[in-house]
Ligand binder design. Structure first.
Ligand code: 6AU
Length: 273
């Protein structure tokens, strides 16, 4: 695995342009934090994005939980992404037949393909979901098509998750089959050791996003299970995703700074700085 290398080194050699951009942003801002901005109004979302922008590499949205989604949501988010140099990840978790996910990804009410650099999907439907989403991204006109990427939801953080074993191994197989669109995984660890069927190529460098990161809690009442930034990065996370640990803190900006610092220190330790 390439997880011993610096983000800068991975940015200069990665075959995928969006992965290069991710690593460049991380390096430039000294942040591997993705904030999961799970708020329910456009104002709250944009306020958070503006406040936390300096400390994060990526903002993760659940755009369908907003009560007032509209063109101003997207315009605002894009302007702040420019202002603060972060990327946008819509956590839509596509999970359907190819024909349906293409319509959910491109067009519709949410127009996700137009503004989300990163999306994710479950592979429960099989390989076709990855192929369908890749087709849609690749058919888009410049500048969109060039910087769109997918994270495969290879594991889940919730108690009793069924995303294990053969499901996780198939996630690695599909990532290897669609390297120009699949950036990597949402998983709790690096998946290099998973017994996949498709062999790794020499330049393989999947990006690992690990969620369920929280400094002050071990879980919630609905089965969420947390680990710390240190633990996540030690297990292979390249980007740590924190939601309530940041946005529900008494001072979200201070919390973001703390996750940034801890995530970065853990990364520096991993690459032997
Ligand atoms: O830090 P939290 O618990 O407030 O929020 C965690 C965020 C939520 C979940 O929808 C999401 O991460 N998530 C995911 C993702 C990102 O795909 C997968 C998973 O296994 N667990 C999880 O919590 O927005």
């Amino acid at each position: 695995s390439k997880s011993q290398l610096t983000y800068g080194a991975r940015a200069s050699t990665h075959p995928n342009p969006l992965a290069r951009k991710l690593f460049q942003v991380a390096e430039a801002k000294k942040s591997n934090v993705t904030v999961s901005a799970d708020v329910t109004s456009t104002k709250e979302l944009l306020d958070l994005a503006d406040q936390l922008g300096p400390y994060i590499a990526v903002i993760k949205t659940h755009i369908d939980i907003l009560t007032d989604f509209g063109p101003q949501t997207i315009a605002g988010l894009q302007a702040l992404a420019q202002k603060h140099n972060f990327l946008i990840f819509e956590d839509r978790k596509f999970i359907d037949i190819g024909n349906t996910v293409q319509k959910q990804y491109h067009g519709g009410t949410l127009r996700i393909s137009e503004w989300a650099h990163i999306i994710n999907c479950s592979i429960l439907p099989g390989e076709g979901i990855v192929e369908a989403l890749a087709q849609t991204a690749q058919a888009m006109d410049f500048p969109y098509g060039a910087d769109r990427g997918l994270l495969i939801l290879a594991e889940m953080t919730s108690k009793g998750s069924l995303a294990t074993g053969p499901y996780t191994a198939a996630s690695v197989d599909y990532a290897r089959k669609y390297p120009s669109f699949v950036l990597g995984f949402v998983s709790t660890r690096s998946l290099g050791e998973v017994p996949a069927t498709v062999a790794a190529s020499a330049d393989e460098d999947f990006v690992v996003f690990t969620t369920g990161v929280n400094l002050s809690s071990t879980g919630d009442k609905l089965g969420q299970q947390y680990q710390t930034p240190q633990s996540a990065v030690g297990r292979g996370a390249d980007f740590i995703i924190a939601g309530r640990g940041i946005y529900a803190a008494p001072d979200p900006q201070e919390a973001a700074r703390q996750y940034q610092q801890q995530g970065w220190e853990a990364y520096v330790a991993r690459v032997g700085g």
